[in-house]
Write a protein that binds this ligand. Structure first.
Ligand SMILES: C[S@@+](CC[C@H](N)C(=O)[O-])C[C@H]1O[C@@H](n2cnc3c(N)ncnc32)[C@H](O)[C@@H]1O
Length: 315
């Protein structure tokens, strides 16, 4: 449970933020972003500081509750001391576990699901067939609102060449294929013959089977074998999470200017925020999220859609 937040009421949040970052810079690693946010990293964890018009918002993270308490203490003690005149009060929330977080409240998620252009019969039947045939794995399929988003983004880019990494039973593949411009195709990468075979009859029924070029092989091999020319209009990454950084690095140089790479599950069910989660895929996603935000080759935005979706556009 290593995340906690404090909302510190003050009319001078920027002043206190800078004072804290500058003072702690002597004994901790600190940084300030151009838009005025600060980070303080000490041995036990870190704290981000964000000014709003009437408060300073602190978010502390650490690998365990004891370390979190130390981070909270360092930040709160200094802030209260600097703000004696303004009588600053720092009250941390009870520690939260990243695995319990959701990008939107469940009730909001439900509302969103019932307020997009509904999936048609073919997509709905593919979703039902996936639940029946794959039981526990069916949660891997994109939800209908994310599918609609993929069709829309594909259409908006006027895509003639799309790449998908992670087909499963082909729901997202079908959404992308439907958004392609005339003559377009989607290069669909997966390692499972069994799962992708479930989708193939639905691609036929939707009349898009001839636009889908399915490659059964590790996706990195397929991507590395592609021409180096920047001709991809849109790419969707939704496969093994530990390889996301490698997929991203293969795809970005091959995107045409204005082309999009769309990354699914960037939130990892909230675990990406919580340093207690240290498995390979947690580390890879954290690293990738930081890299994308700072990547000068793209403009990127992370959306609270389902499990977090990043859209990055090649400059
Ligand atoms: C989350 S599912 C994809 C869901 C799909 N986008 C959908 O909406 O139905 C992840 C898929 O990645 C595939 N996968 C895992 N490792 C892979 C690899 N190294 N190369 C290609 N595909 C891989 C799995 O077989 C699985 O079908």
């Amino acid at each position: 449970m290593p995340i906690s937040i404090a909302h510190v009421a003050t009319t001078r949040p920027e002043r206190y933020l800078k004072q804290l970052v500058s003072h702690l810079g002597h004994k901790a690693t600190t940084s300030l972003t151009p838009d005025g946010r600060g980070t303080v990293t000490v041995a036990s964890g870190s704290c981000t500081l964000r000014p709003t018009p009437d408060e300073l918002v602190l978010t502390a993270t650490a690998v365990d509750a004891e370390s979190l308490a130390r981070v909270e203490d360092v930040i709160a003690r200094h802030l209260v001391r600097f703000g004696t005149q303004d009588e600053l009060v720092v009250e941390w929330t009870a520690p939260l576990d990243g695995g319990d977080l959701e990008p939107t409240a469940p009730v909001v998620g439900e509302y969103l699901l019932s307020h997009h252009t509904p999936a048609d019969d073919i997509l709905s039947e593919l979703a039902a067939a996936t639940r029946e045939a794959t039981s526990g794995a069916a949660h891997m399929q994109v939800a209908s609102d994310e599918g609609a988003l993929l069709s829309m983004l594909t259409r908006l880019t006027g895509a003639r060449l799309a790449v998908e990494v992670g087909v499963f039973t082909g729901y997202s593949t079908l959404c992308i294929a439907r958004g392609l411009a005339a003559g377009g195709r989607v290069l669909a990468c997966d390692v499972s013959e069994e799962w992708t075979a479930i989708g193939a009859p639905y691609w036929e029924r939707a009349g898009v089977a001839d636009r889908i070029d399915l490659r059964i092989a590790p996706a990195l091999e397929t991507l590395r074998a592609l021409d180096a020319e920047p001709v991809i209009d849109i790419a969707f990454i939704d496969a093994d999470k530990a390889n996301y950084p490698a997929y991203y690095e293969e795809i970005v140089p091959r995107l045409r200017p204005g082309g999009l790479v769309v990354l699914d599950n960037v939130f990892l069910g909230g675990r990406v925020l919580d340093p207690a989660y240290q498995q390979e895929h947690h580390l890879a996603m954290r690293r990738l999220n930081d890299l994308v935000a700072a990547d000068e080759r793209v403009d990127a935005v992370m959306l609270p859609v389902r499990d977090g979706v990043t859209i990055a556009q090649r400059r």
